[in-house]
Design a binder for this molecule. Structure first.
Ligand code: ADQ
Length: 470
């Protein structure tokens, strides 16, 4: 059973009728396909709506089966969302774990809300998990859940996977709740990270806080004698779905239309991200602007498309980022566009799967320039759609994906000259070189797909529960 902050479907209540629509996002796109074919998929999580009328003490609202998955919705009210999700998760942990690109805030009330919501998730999971089964907990919003589930149900095997980077000890120890948050994760039998660095940071931290001793390279031993495995499991995508979708007639036609609507530019540059300050959207816009100003790229030949999915707009840092990005887009168009021919096409909306595919297919160069990113699925999705081995990826070396996509043009997003040079290198790369590099990236994406990732994590779980050692 999966336990994640969000269910894979969002509940929409319209009067008497309730509908469930797929909710987008990295975790959902990676997990849904791989888990669906392992049998009956059960998922404990928040349905994305605000639950005000629930009786205090209720940990689950009515279960529902959608597309073969059994969903167990955990009710969350507006105040809990503010404290747990907007506050502690996205105002404290997210910025801290992403190298403090935006300053994290530490508030006791946020943490209290976080603990309360984590307790509810743990009780919900403990209520519905089958005897001796596996509970797989996901991500930074639920760090206390493994420890809480272990208290309630020692018969279960507990896995935990962190989708975002795990920071160096020096950053993590600033957290006033460092001890409980680390102990919470250590409630697991198996802890997975996107990269070996994340795993090493966590093991070092657990030892430094006196919570565990290292037994061997990937095993921690707690004082009770219980063992916790700590390893990297780089997440993948359902590459076949992207590859097949990209080859379809609909997407081929839509791609042709799209390039025509863009004015048949010689080169299309593309960015696709949640609108998040970690993603370096501003970096690539600045680099593009300077390249146009320097005359190294020409507005008559090169067009950029930036699609930004609305995200976390209740958090101040996201509101100000939106302002910055929109300011940059309008400066570039003001300086270099002509009436009817903007040089940057910017969309602040979620896209359908088919539109994303045609954007990826229309792009000659994909720009993925985060300052820090656990993995970055967009980079892998782009590669999966390039079945004809064309197109080049400019990729930040600080995205987990850089470990697998070594043939991309790798950049340091803090080095604006380096980003500019990388964009020009990708634009001018000889077709043979592009083909060679894309072929190697496609091999990596295909081999480490979402199903392989989930299988490898689940296969690494202990065969049976460890004795109740604490
Ligand atoms: P995210 O930070 O959300 O995920 P990412 O890995 O890029 O980042 O996944 C975003 C997903 O949303 C992709 O599947 C993408 O196609 C989709 N998406 C982006 N913009 C969209 C738009 N405008 N419309 C529709 N869909 C859009 C977190 C971590 C990542 C990690 C994933 C999975 O921050 O580092 O890769 O979890 O573990």
């Amino acid at each position: 059973m999966l336990v994640a902050n969000r269910l894979p479907f969002r509940r929409i209540d319209a009067g008497t009728e309730t509908t469930w629509i797929p909710s987008p996002g990295g975790l959902v796109s990676a997990l849904a396909p791989s888990m669906a074919d392992t049998g009956r998929l059960a998922w404990v999580g928040w349905a994305g709506d605000i639950d005000e009328g629930t009786t205090p003490g209720t940990v689950l609202s009515a279960e529902v089966v959608v597309d073969g998955a059994t969903l167990y919705p955990v009710p969350i009210d507006a105040e809990e969302k503010r404290l747990h999700y907007d506050g502690m998760s996205n105002g404290t942990l997210w910025p801290l774990y992403h190298d403090k690109i935006s300053p994290p805030e530490f508030h006791r009330r946020w943490y209290d809300g976080y603990r309360r919501v984590n307790q509810r998730f743990a009780e919900a999971a403990a209520t519905v998990a089958a005897p001796d089964s596996i509970v797989w907990v996901h991500d930074y919003q639920l760090q206390l859940v493994p420890g809480m589930v272990r208290e309630l149900r020692p018969d279960l095997r507990i896995g935990y996977f962190l989708h975002i980077p795990f920071p160096p000890e020096e950053l993590f120890v600033q957290l006033p709740w460092r001890q409980t948050l680390t102990a919470g994760i250590l409630g697991s039998d198996l802890v997975g990270f996107q990269t070996p660095d994340g795993a090493a940071n966590f093991s070092r931290l657990a030892a430094a806080l006196g919570l565990a001793a290292r037994h061997n390279k990937s095993t921690l031993e707690l004082e009770s004698g219980r063992r916790v495995q700590v390893r990297a499991f780089p997440i993948g995508i359902d590459s076949e779905r992207y590859d097949e979708g990209a080859r379809s007639h609909q997407v081929t036609d839509a791609t042709r239309d799209l390039r025509a609507r863009l004015g048949q530019p010689h080169i299309v540059l593309l960015g696709v991200d949640r609108l998040d300050y970690t993603k370096g959207i501003d970096v690539r816009l600045r680099a593009f602007k300077e390249l146009l100003a320097d005359g190294r790229l020409h507005p008559s030949q090169v067009t950029m498309v930036q699609v930004a999915e609305p995200s976390r707009d209740a958090v101040d840092a996201y509101v100000s980022l939106r302002g910055q990005v929109e300011q940059l887009v309008s400066e570039i168009n003001g300086d270099f566009g002509r009436v009817g021919f903007p040089v940057v096409h910017y969309v602040h909306r979620s896209q359908s799967h088919e539109s994303l595919l045609s954007l990826y297919r229309a792009a000659d160069v994909m720009l993925v320039t985060p300052f820090r990113d656990g993995m970055n699925l967009v980079a892998k999705e782009y590669v999966a759609t390039r079945y004809d081995e064309t197109g080049m990826l400019v990729l930040s070396e600080f995205a987990g994906a850089a470990h697998q996509l070594k043939s991309a043009v790798l950049v340091n997003p803090y080095d604006i000259e380096g980003v500019k040079n990388a964009i020009v290198e990708a634009v001018e790369m000889a077709p043979d070189e592009v083909r060679r590099r894309m072929r190697s990236m496609r091999r990596a994406v295909k081999k480490n797909d979402a199903a392989a990732w989930a299988r490898s994590f689940l296969d690494s779980m202990p065969a049976q529960a460890q004795p109740a050692l604490g």
